[in-house]
Design a protein around this ligand. Structure first.
Ligand code: PEP
Ligand code: MG
Length: 434
């Protein structure tokens, strides 16, 4: 059930009102993309902050509140409603005093944004002298202006499937090549890591036969689809190669679980490069190939895998769900496990060590990279590049510049050595003393 509410009073819901708030039991990423930035807020009875719908909402800067019980029964079309996505609070038919407090809060947030804007051209360098590269995640054309506005050094994750989700047909090669070229041109020389299609799981294409799988997150998705249905992967790689004529091309393969998948995807890319050259197309000036590390198995891959990669990016959303066996879309289990638990940080240390051994650059591009305390912790563990939604770059940079990353490393090492099971407390206590 979908319902559109508005602050404007007597709307019947027959057409989209001004400042619409969408109220629903749940929503998928494709549906949300269809509404796009027209929405001013989304309130769900179900949902999860780890879902792709939530990721799309964050990318579109639409406040989203989940687990609002009975809202579809209580709210009527045209009701005024206030949505605070940061605090997870919804006010249905608010009193004027509540609305006034809400407006004050918005003004304060605008001030904080101004403060962050003043950091835009400064590096994310801690007081110890360590610099962290801050990249942004993208996938929609609407994201591109943020590349300049946020001060991001590049796009660390371009989720190409979003362009497939907003259409009702498979995009054609020429259409995709134009689109990717537009992304590359908009980046004005900054690198863009294009991740090949990651469909499946909760990202269901409207024009693809739905797969009846018992557990889609662990099912036929991402590179598994790409390797089994090569036509689409090949077409996408051809588009990327053509779009990158005369420019560097970064290709990243999603959801790699073992070296053979990476090798197979790599071979397909090399095959397409040779084919494009044979056909006389202008070639990219440089090619970098990498993998998303989002299954725990890949952290234990043979050294040869790490050596084959030009870069690796940790997809923390999936890595965490598979590490803890806790569905990222199920709030009930997702929240039981903390990213700053000693065991998850141990896994990250292992990945950092494997990448250092093979001298392969490592980044982290899951949602946690945009949370300042988590971001700082990743930096302290040795991850030198973080990719996040553009709005998080200011707050993350602000925190990194205030503290010594190497001192935090010591705090983390000591806490881990002492046998603590969760490091959030020593980290926040140390931060409070700064
Ligand atoms: C991740 O899993 O952390 C990731 C960045 O990919 P997605 O959220 O698109 O699955
Ligand atoms: Mg993922």
């Amino acid at each position: 059930m979908l319902r559109i509410l508005t602050g404007q009073g007597s709307n019947t819901g027959a057409e989209m009102p001004d400042d619409p708030i969408l109220v629903a039991r749940n929503i998928g990423p494709a549906e949300l993309l269809e509404y796009g930035r027209k929405l001013k807020g989304v309130v769900l009875e179900e949902g999860s902050v780890g879902s792709h719908a939530a990721i799309v909402a964050r990318a579109l800067a639409i406040p989203l509140v989940i687990h609002t019980s009975r809202i579809t029964a209580e709210a009527l079309n045209g009701d005024p409603i206030l949505v605070d996505g940061d605090q997870g609070i919804v006010h249905l038919r608010p009193e004027e005093s509540v609305a006034a407090a809400f407006r004050d809060n918005l003004a304060m947030q605008a001030e904080a944004q101004d403060r962050y804007a003043s950091l835009r051209n400064l590096p994310a360098t801690g007081t110890c002298g360590t610099t962290i590269q801050l990249y942004m995640n993208a996938g929609l054309m609407a994201d591109l202006p943020s590349l300049e506005g946020s001060g991001a050094e590049g796009v660390g994750l371009f989720r190409t499937e979003l362009q497939f989700l907003i259409r009702n047909h498979v995009p054609r090669r020429a259409e995709l090549a134009r689109l990717y070229r537009h992304v590359i041109d908009s980046a004005k020389g900054k690198p863009v890591m294009f991740r090949t299609l990651d469909i499946g799981s909760d990202k269901v294409l409207p024009y693809m036969k739905p797969q009846d799988e018992p557990n889609p997150a662990m099912g036929w998705r991402a590179i598994r689809v790409g390797l089994d249905k090569r036509g689409v992967l090949r077409m996408q790689l051809q588009s990327l190669i053509r779009a990158s004529a005369g420019c560097p091309l970064h290709v990243m393969f999603p959801f790699i679980s073992d070296i053979t998948e990476y090798e197979a995807a790599y071979r397909i890319l090399m095959h397409e490069l040779a084919r494009e050259q044979r056909l006389g197309h202008d070639m990219p000036s440089d090619i970098r190939v990498g993998a998303m590390l989002e299954t725990p198995a890949l952290a234990f891959a043979p050294k040869r895998f790490f050596e084959m990669c030009d870069f690796i990016s940790i997809g923390g959303n999936d890595l965490k769900q598979f590490f803890f066996a806790a569905d990222r879309e199920n709030e009930r289990v997702r929240r039981r496990y903390d990213t700053l638990s000693a065991s998850f940080l141990m896994l990250l240390r292992q990945i950092v060590a494997r990448c250092e051994e093979a001298r392969v650059p490592l980044s982290f591009c899951g949602e946690d990279a945009g949370r300042p305390i988590e971001a700082l912790t990743f930096a302290a563990l040795g991850i030198r590049r973080l990719s996040m939604r553009p709005a998080s770059i200011g707050p993350v940079k602000h925190l990194i510049r205030r503290v010594s990353i190497s001192e935090l490393r010591q705090v983390i090492d000591d806490a881990q050595d002492s046998g603590l099971t969760n490091l959030r407390r020593p980290i926040t206590e140390w931060l409070a003393r700064q």
